[in-house]
Design a protein. Structure first.
Lengths: 621, 252
């Protein structure tokens, strides 16, 4: 608004020249970063060891079945009256959707509430507000800590903990989904709010509004597009997580995926994968459209008819002013589907009960039993305060650390780091070329002379294929990729690393692709006008100008990958997840399980801290 | 006396922006502040608008010294002074209607701010519509604000100022981002509104010709001091030339 269109170009120039001045003696930071990434990757590869020989069995059947998904049961020995396959998977798909609606309907309001207290933009400012800021600070800190703790434990681990504590109810699983999602939503909401340019907010205050009024009237509507798109993205994530809950026995589509794979019913398996893919891709596409619509102005389609009175004129203006339809439709559909998810019976839709009937005494007994078992063994036998009990507990923890903990922690870190770096390197190779800006006949709409129709088609299809690849690779949850890959490649760290890397590449493709598409184009355009090729433009404009942003995404993804790697370990590689799984299912040693969970959470907290510090230093540059 | 500055000085840290300024602006008076970039126009307007406090000296708005006011009284004073910043401070992705309603926040409570997020009354819409008619963009009532041109957005900001029912309007370079013809009609609008409603008006601008044509009083600022304070007819050519003279080391 009122800003010269040249301003970004000018400031970019200034930055460039100042950087050139500084850069004369210093080695280029970007080169160092890339070298460090390669070194880290080599370290991880060395640590995780080579991939084992492929197990003898052939995987041909698995891939062949991709072309012939089935809608009927592959099992020959079904009892009479069993639910047919098609009904079963549809019901499981509906359940998957239902649980994520229920989880999100808890996580979004809770995330908004906590996000409000985690942000500082609405705090009163000025000389006479010192006291209230002093009072708000501890509250702010408490909320931040709570949300960080909530998201430092993966939803699947929350599920394992809560299901063991509260019994096997779907509602428990939904709460387990909602907990880390609340933490993440609160964090992201507060960041979105705090990052808004607060000019309108400041203006409202100088016209006499209170900070809270100004917050509601300016910062909330300003943040709305980002918050709404992020919520939809989170919903997409919750669908994936809800599907994965099937692996711990909740009746979502993951349950069938696991059963079909275990029984080698590959045709069934592919049907289930395709179904999940379709649903998630639809949500993904809706998210992209919503983002576009909320950030742009709807085209005018109707003319305002002349009218006689003011009231009439206002009415006809309201009726003819262009407005996007999709946000409204989405809002109403969401409300309706949430209602159905909570109370299907009220609408005559048969569905499982969220809370299975069991007497309250039973449940409270169960919880207290669980809590007893969570207490470290030495403490249980020798309550706190008695001599030696603390020393024994410390010895117990140290023993766990020496036998498994240390190795598990390092393995988990190495898997996540390797996965992030592999996906980053691939991202540099693929992403910008697939962006709508470059993958077309005239990149950035800069006329590049007569080119053949073939070039045009090749670029366009290259762009479409890469973007499709990204969608596909992020649509399937890491956990399911890892599960399938372990079945195909045998047990080692690498199937898990690949699963993480593929999924992560898909997410980076979306995030970084958006950055590249939303970038101001004068600088790269200028290069193209002066005769640079696509490659030169890519190397000298796109990479430098989005490098820091990309690194920021990498750190953010690294944190997510560590959390995810913890869980993937449950599939059988000696990492934190495996020990959590073993402690739970074989020995029911919940105290040991808690130890590993806390170890993982501590690692996430430290990683979170490092990533915050790194991002801050990147932003300052 | 509407606005009064007494021995007023201001500095950002060690950087002096205003030096010992004496100024009095009467109720309903129309004043143009002119001067080269960096001379302190924005700073002066922000002090008049209670956004900045003077480092030395006093400033009185509408008969009160804003430094002495309680939080509540300061809020009331602020509702009477409408500030139109150079960047306008509009919320880009909401309707013109909503942006103008934001001008009224100071006079209502938190509850009505919440209510307005969900529902805008007929009376409120009508009042906004009438203000938009006066600023000449009534057909934009429901349009997204960032779909308007720079000049139209200026008019939204003026309508928002009027929605405050102000006794003073302070506008910082309202014409800097629009073409000469539109700039002229915008200044015409501001001075006309101030005349009709007896609103004190202080506008900073770079266009000397326009200032001379529409304002009965011109104040020339340079390096934080008042160089002249005269009606346009008495402004000498040397005075205005001197104002914009560039010394070799000074590039704004
Ligand atoms: N927030 C600030 N912190 C420190 N210095 C500032 C700040 N705002 C302005 N200044 C300095 O104060 C001086 C006066 O600035 P001011 O914005 O009042 O000038 P101006 O007359 O409005 O200029 P322009 O015509 O370019 O808008 C300038 O030298 C400027 O660099
Ligand atoms: Mg200024």
């Amino acid at each position: 608004m009122g800003k010269s269109p040249l301003a970004p170009l000018v400031s970019e120039r200034l930055q460039q020249t100042s950087r050139q001045h500084l850069g004369k003696k210093r080695i280029n930071g970007r080169k160092i970063t890339i070298l460090v990434l390669f070194a880290l990757l080599a370290g991880c590869i060395h640590h995780l060891g080579p991939m084992p020989e492929r197990p003898p069995g052939s995987t041909e059947g698995f891939f062949k079945a991709a072309l012939s998904p089935t809608l009927t049961d592959q099992s020959q020995s079904l009892p009479d009256g069993a639910t047919p396959f098609s009904n079963r998977i549809l019901k499981e798909l509906a359940t998957t959707l239902r649980y994520s609606f229920i989880a999100m309907s808890m996580a979004v309001p809770a995330g908004l509430f906590l996000g409000f207290f985690a942000s500082t933009a609405w705090w009163p400012s000025g000389a006479n507000a010192t006291l209230s800021r002093l009072l708000l600070r501890p509250l702010h800190l408490a909320v931040r800590t709570t949300t960080t703790l909530m998201r430092s434990v993966h939803e699947l681990i929350w599920a394992i903990l809560l299901l063991a504590a509260l019994g096997h109810d779907p509602m428990t699983a939904c709460i387990a989904l909602a907990l880390p999602f609340t933490g993440t939503l609160a964090k992201v909401f507060s960041e979105i709010i705090d990052e808004q340019i607060a000019l309108a907010h400041a203006h409202a205050i100088t016209s006499g509004a209170s900070p809270l009024q100004a917050f509601l009237a300016t910062l909330i509507p300003q943040s709305f597009p980002d918050m709404a798109t992020y919520t939809l993205y989170r919903f997409e994530c919750s669908l994936r997580s809800s599907a994965v809950l099937g692996f711990v026995g909740i009746e979502t589509i993951g349950l069938s995926i696991r059963k079909s794979f275990e029984n080698n019913f590959y045709n069934e398996l592919w049907t289930e994968l395709y179904l999940l893919l379709v649903v998630i891709i639809i949500v993904d596409i809706m998210g992209a459209r919503l983002r576009k619509q909320l950030n742009s102005i709807a085209p005018r389609t109707k003319n305002t008819p002349p009218s006689s009175s003011t009231a009439e004129r206002i009415k006809s203006l309201k009726a003819t002013t262009p407005r996007w339809k999709m946000p409204r439709i989405l809002l109403w559909a969401t409300l309706l589907l949430t209602l159905i998810s909570w109370f299907p019976g009220a609408l005559g839709i048969p569905a499982d009960q969220l809370v299975k009937d069991s007497s309250h005494i039973d449940r409270s007994q169960r919880v207290s039993h669980f809590i007893t078992k969570l207490t470290p063994q030495p403490l249980r036998e020798n309550p706190l305060g008695q001599n030696g009990s603390l020393a024994e507990t410390a010895a117990w923890a140290d023993n766990l650390w020496q036998t498994n903990g240390k190795e598990a922690l390092i393995n988990t870190l190495a898997m996540a780091t390797a996965a992030v770096i592999i996906s980053a390197l691939l991202a540099w190779l693929i992403i910008p070329w697939g962006s709508r800006a470059i993958a077309q006949r005239h990149p950035l709409e800069v006329y590049s002379g007569q080119t053949s129709q073939l070039t045009n088609i090749l670029w366009k299809s290259y762009g479409i294929i890469t973007r499709l690849f990204f969608i596909l690779s992020r649509a399937i949850p890491e956990y399911i990729y890892a599960y399938l890959l372990i079945g195909i490649l045998g047990i080692s760290a690498w199937p898990l690393v690949f699963a993480l890397a593929v999924h992560n590449l898909g997410i980076l493709g979306r995030l970084w692709g958006e950055v590249i598409e939303n970038q101001p184009t004068p600088a790269p355009k200028q290069l193209l006008y002066t005769g640079s090729s696509r490659l030169q433009t890519y190397l000298h404009s796109f990479i430098p100008s989005s490098f820091n942003r990309f690194l920021m995404y990498l750190f953010y993804r690294w944190e997510t990958c560590v959390r995810e790697a913890t869980v993937l370990g449950m599939l059988g590689f000696a990492s934190l997840g495996l020990h959590i799984q073993l402690a739970r299912s074989f020995s029911r040693a919940y105290d040991e399980m808690l130890y590993y969970v806390l170890l993982g959470a501590a690692m996430i907290l430290i990683g979170d801290l490092i990533s915050v510090l790194l991002r801050r230093s990147l932003k300052k540059q | 006396m509407s606005l009064k500055l007494n021995h007023l000085s201001h500095s950002f840290g060690s950087h002096r922006t205003l030096r010992d300024i004496e100024l009095a602006i009467d109720t309903g008076e129309q004043v143009a502040l002119i001067g080269p970039s960096g001379c302190g126009k924005t700073t002066l307007l922000r002090i008049l608008g209670t956004q900045l406090m003077p480092t030395q000296g006093t400033v009185r708005q509408l008969g009160t010294n804003s430094a002495d006011l309680s939080a509540k009284d300061l809020k009331t004073l602020r509702t009477k002074i409408a500030f139109i910043p150079q960047h306008l401070g509009l919320v880009p992705n909401v309707s013109v209607l909503r942006n103008i309603l934001n001008g009224g926040l100071g006079k209502t409570g938190l509850l009505s701010a919440i209510r307005q997020m969900l529902y805008v009354t007929k009376a409120e819409t009508q009042r906004v519509y009438q203000l938009l008619e006066r600023t000449g963009i009534s057909e934009k009532l429901y349009d997204r604000t960032d779909s308007l041109s720079g000049g139209q957005q200026q008019r939204v900001a003026i309508a928002r100022a009027l929605y405050q029912n102000p006794e003073v309007i302070l506008a910082d370079e309202p014409t800097s981002a629009i073409d000469p013809a539109r700039a002229r009609s915008l200044i015409e609008l501001l001075t006309q509104l101030s005349q009709e409603e007896n609103i004190t008006l202080a506008v900073s601008m770079h266009n000397l010709e326009l200032a001379k044509a529409y304002f009965p009083r011109l104040i020339g600022l340079k390096e934080g001091t008042v160089k002249f304070d005269t009606p346009p007819a008495k402004l000498k050519a040397e005075q205005s030339q001197d104002l914009y003279l560039i010394k070799p080391q000074d590039h704004g």
